[in-house]
Write a protein of this length. Sequence first.
Length: 259
Amino acid sequence: MDLNDYWQENKRFVLTVVAGLIAFAIGNALIGSFIGDELASQRRTRTNLQRDMRESRFSAQDLAAARLENESLREANEAMAGFVAYPTRSEYQPDPSRGTAGKLYFDSVTRVREDVLRRAGRANLRIDPDLGLPSLAPTRDDEIARHLDGLDAVERILGFAIEERLERVDDIEITPDKGLRGSRGVGHVEKTRIKMKMSGASLPMLRTLASTQSPTRGQPILIEEIEIVPERTREDEVRFEVTFLAPRLHETELDEEEF
């Protein structure tokens, strides 16, 4: 078959191919004209970034300085944690060698209630006889431990109130952090709250609160909220509604490499 015969039989196909090649050439020229420079610039940028990534960015001195700063931050964090975490006394901390957590709870409640009520009666201080504890004793070990944290704080606060001749502590409530039973957990700072309503002359209450914050009386008991309102029935009295905290700190999980 000669070329003329091939052309006669396949000229439509040949014209289609030629048109396609022309369109491709025109499109390639347009692309090169409009975005060719930008494409070349992006390629140069990529090449430079790849070269920079292969080079060391920090020296041995930089690493030593980072380690020193990290150690300083760790020490500062530990120091601050010591001021935040509530230092529950050993007699309120569950210890398997001394029996179950439940037994410690009942023994502690009985001991504190008898002692505080006796001393309060002598000082003419009227207090909530439940000491903020639930009517049904907690059964989970973690909840028992948090109520014991709160009971420890309650005993300390009421001890100050007795010394300062406070008149009334009408209501006490110990509430563990809601996250203790929640799916999200308690986070880094777990807060057991101790809410109290105190009423009477203002000076004994101010002295009681000052005692809870004095370093000479043990580690200060953190205060989250306080509201002071005058008593409606007696002009010479005020009422304090205070929320104390007995926090626990928990380590957070960090995805970081060791220096």
